[in-house]
Ligand binder design. Structure first.
Ligand code: TMP
Ligand code: ASP
Length: 236
């Protein structure tokens, strides 16, 4: 399968048409941004890590009954996925306080929750992805009631599967962001990526950060963190 015209360029990925109108090719870049694109940089090798790691996670989730857009990995950076219409909601699951949760509610990072939390942001760069609840999402016609229920159930299932998986490689899954899409027949599938860009990973023993927070917070060792988490998921 080969790339045809470019359909879209996002902050971390490009999307290309293919000869099949139901399939597109996503191509992962090394470009990194944070704070709505205010902070820009390059994380050498990130595209390869995010592509391959996302594909491994999508396949693991499919095995556990979560439908995804994944079709086939083409190369280090390129993957064929089903073409979807993205539901404009960022779905965030948290197991441990960190990031905007800690800031918003004035608590320290690292508090382990009794139960995972879920929140939605309205995926809209002009508005800076504001936090919204499911009633707001319904009012804005971002998704139907049934779609929101499906998305919630899948998101918690993803958490159960990934939390357990990451513990086996010595990593705590602190929180993560998911995006879902609609197939032409309306089926909801998991889309976008599952990577150190979109998850917080802490080493289970030392709590060392193995994710994009090293870039966001200028902690140094950014490439090393991506290499380390990749080595653990690939067993190399
Ligand atoms: P937050 O604590 O900044 O709200 O982030 C929660 C999780 O969502 C964290 O794992 C990073 C991820 N995330 C994204 O994938 N994209 C984003 O634009 C933001 C702000 C967070
Ligand atoms: N990638 C997002 C942005 O540029 C934010 C982030 O991941 O922190 O706004």
């Amino acid at each position: 399968m080969e790339k045809k015209e470019q359909l879209y360029e996002g902050k971390a990925k490009k999307v290309f048409a293919t000869t099949d109108q139901n399939l597109v090719i996503v191509s992962y870049k090394d470009d990194a941004t944070a704070f709505d694109g205010l902070k820009k940089g390059t994380i050498v090798g990130k595209g390869v890590v995010n592509n391959r790691m996302t594909n491994m996670m999508m396949q693991l989730l499919e095995q556990h009954g979560v439908p995804t857009h994944f079709v086939k990995e083409l190369s280090d950076r390129d993957t064929v996925v089903k073409k979807v219409k993205i539901v404009p909601l960022e779905v965030i699951i948290r197991n441990v306080s960190a990031g905007s949760f800690a800031k918003r509610y004035g608590v320290e990072e690292g508090i382990v929750f009794d139960e995972p939390t879920i929140e939605f942001s309205y995926k809209n760069d002009d508005l800076h992805d504001p936090l919204i609840n499911s009633y707001h999402a319904l009012a804005l016609h971002l998704a139907s009631k049934k779609e929101i229920e499906t998305i919630k159930a899948y998101a918690f299932k993803v958490n159960e599967v990934l939390k357990e998986y990451f513990l086996t490689i010595g990593v705590k899954l602190i929180d993560f962001k998911l995006e879902f899409g609609r197939l032409p027949d309306g089926t909801i599938v998991l889309a976008d990526e599952i990577s150190p860009d979109t998850c917080r990973f802490w080493d289970a023993k030392t709590n060392e950060k193995l994710d994009k927070d090293r870039f966001r917070r200028d902690l140094g060792g950014v490439e090393d963190a991506y290499r380390e988490i990749f080595a653990r998921v690939t067993g190399k």
